[in-house]
Design a protein around this ligand. Structure first.
Ligand code: PBG
Length: 337
């Protein structure tokens, strides 16, 4: 016996049946609006001058710090998986108040850049330009009386960018959130004839709880205080657009929103308001929380990771910087077979 309500609904059937669009796997594939590919990814690599063997980062399962002279294996995997770019971070032998290893011509990143470029000249090599891994206080610039001095830091960030570019980096990524850093670096590079080096600016970088595992990995946590006087506050959406706007005016080639997952609205805003290529950084904590839940059996790591990465692309990012890059590239390859 059909109920009376069923009879009523029969008289006015749905006009639009979107389920038609989802009725088979081939149709679903055909109609997919966002296609994630290994070509969307940039893979971060940590290089540690103090190591002779790779060492796994305990809070980031599957991710290692690598010794100099031993990057070939990582680079050949990246190339085999058709990931077009890497982003290098360094851990130096020594730290001091002015982060001098950040801009030493034989510093860890400078040597790593030469090594990677020699192994794979076709791979795009980007570098993180910041002082926090190199200063003994762990802040991203020069400190005077407990304050991070903006303009004095610009000189050191420019020196760092020049030394990376001279080592052969294709792209430098200023991430210190100092005002005017993009303009200062652009002028410094151009004056030395390094006008071919791209600047990918960490434009809207928020002071985030999701950087925790990275700070363990890079030993870059501030010794005192926090980064709230230079990194952005997460409640602020309009201010993020101002940060990006000034970086565009100062000559950035690519702008970035970081982190990604809690900032999809910022990525979308940036995509609609600016025409530059847009990068989004799927940061360490975003990686670790999926890994941890996956290891505990609380969620399916592969499904969750691909969902997050696709969402970042759907929001409008053209480059996704992610620790999942290699694994995701493998999963995507399997899915095509
Ligand atoms: C350096 C820097 C940080 C990250 C990238 N570059 C850490 C920070 O600002 O403390 C975070 C990356 C990640 O969490 O994956 N300034």
């Amino acid at each position: 016996m059909k109920s009376e309500l069923y009879e009523i609904s029969k008289r006015a059937p749905p006009l639009h049946r979107l389920r038609r669009l989802r009725k088979s796997e081939s149709l679903r594939l055909l109609l997919k609006e966002t296609r994630l590919s290994s070509l969307d990814f940039m893979y971060p690599i940590f290089v540690d001058e103090r190591l002779s063997e790779p060492e796994e980062i305990s809070s980031m399962p599957g991710i290692c710090r690598h010794p100099l002279g031993r990057l070939n294996d990582e680079i050949s995997q990246v190339i085999a998986l058709q990931i077009p770019a890497v982003l290098l971070f360094g851990l130096p032998m020594r730290k001091d108040a002015r982060g001098s290893e950040a801009y030493a011509s034989e510093g860890v990143v400078q040597r790593a850049v030469r090594e990677v470029k020699k192994a794979a000249p076709q791979l795009t090599v980007a570098t993180d330009v910041c002082l926090c891994q190199y200063t003994d206080h762990g802040h991203c610039g020069v400190v005077h009386n407990g304050n991070v001095d903006n303009d004095e830091s610009l000189e050191l960030l420019s020196r760092t960018a020049i030394s990376h570019a001279e080592a052969g980096a294709d792209m430098v990524g200023p991430s210190a959130m100092m005002d005017g850093q993009v303009g200062a670096i652009r002028r410094a590079l151009d004056e030395r004839g390094l006008d071919d080096t791209l600047i990918m600016s960490y434009s809207a970088k928020f002071a985030s709880g999701f950087y925790g595992p990275f700070r363990e990995a890079a030993e870059s946590a501030p010794m005192w205080g926090d980064r709230h006087s230079y990194q952005m506050g997460f409640p602020n959406r309009r201010e993020a657009m101002r940060e990006i706007e000034f970086d565009v005016k100062e000559g950035a080639d690519i702008v970035m929103v970081k982190p990604a997952l809690s900032y999809l609205d910022i990525i979308r805003d940036a995509r609609t308001q600016f025409r530059l290529p847009l990068a989004a950084y799927n940061v360490s904590g975003e990686y670790s929380m999926i890994k941890a839940a996956g290891l505990k059996g609380w969620l399916d790591e592969k499904r969750a990771a691909l969902e997050v990465l696709t969402a970042i692309k759907r929001a409008g990012a053209s480059i996704i910087i992610s620790y999942f890059a290699k694994e995701a590239a493998r999963w995507l390859k399997e899915a095509q077979q």
